[in-house]
Write a protein that binds this ligand. Sequence first.
Ligand code: TXA
Ligand code: MG
Length: 359
Amino acid sequence: VKTLVFRVSEENFDSVLERASAIIKRGGTVAFPTETVYGLGADGLNPEAVLKIFEAKKRPPGNPLSLLVHSREDVEIVSRNIPESAFRLMDAFWPGPLTIVLEKNDIVPNITSGRLKSIGVRMPDHKIPLELIKRAGTPLAAPSANLSGKPSPSLATHVMSDLTGRIDAILDGGEAAIGLESTVIDMTIKPPVVLRPGAVSLEELENAIGKVRSGYKNGEAGNEPDLSEKKAGQKYGHYIPDTKVVLVEGEGKSVSEKLVKLLESYRSEGQKVGLLLSEETSKETATFLALQNLDPYECLLLGPREEPEVAARKLFEGLRKLDKKGLDVIVADGSFSRFGLGEALINRLREASSIKIVA
Ligand code: TXA
Ligand code: MG
């Protein structure tokens, strides 16, 4: 497949969206930015178009896709028996980074929902997908626009390196503002369950609709996920880099101290190490890193500990960069605040890491 790449600007917005919606209407695939991460879209009600998404991403069949919509009417076309509390969530958080799992209507093909009786729906807060859905006249099946097993794309270049030659078009609209995938909440059960943490926090959800359960495995050391809690949609692997990731969790300085010890031992073993650090940890370990002559290290800064939203935006880019360097190990700093996006950030760090150390 020849993949067209468009840099979307104010001047060409109309013509690019016209071409992109024509591709969707004839059953093709288009990648585009959203406020969370880049999505790979196709007509969610056309099984042949949806199949192309699975093929392009090499996504295991049966892993459900969610739908992007541009109106409440779309939601009522693709789902049924919508609880009143789901409408309250739409009022509070849409357009925005919240995917709401509802009972599926028959119009949605089984391939889209991975044969589940439910379907995830989200109204993105980004004018490119909103306009694309509107012009194509159909909800878009739109998983993250990465090869299955790679981190979600926060930049068009990530989509290009994963999917060039595999999809019809890529709309480059710059960096995704949030950088982590949406919060997913299952509203088909009571109390509702958060299946994936994202920019909309559990507290915000509870403020809107009352009691909500946390249903994602947190992967904490010594705290194995309860498999009975594992929902159908969550049984597939998330992103694990080829390079082993070691996560050091804890409070501030203790993480820095632990990190220095860890680096000393990797150093003595002659291991090549990549670092993903908060600004504070980088400062606290600077003397040590300088003494070690920085050379064997690749160090990327994610941002201040108290601003997890900055780190969230840079995380997937950082992991992609380090994973390409042929390192023996990536050591990630888990000292970020758990407020706001901090919960989602630590969740993605835990998922990416095979070794978790508590400092
Ligand atoms: O922010 C996002 O949600 C991005 C942008 C592109 O919209 N999309 C995204 O899609 O992350 P995807 O397919 O990579 O992740 C959707 C998640 C997956 O974990 C999937 O298993 C889960 O939602 N999911 C989808 N439908 C579900 C359902 N009916 N029941 C349970 N989980 C579901
Ligand atoms: Mg994904």
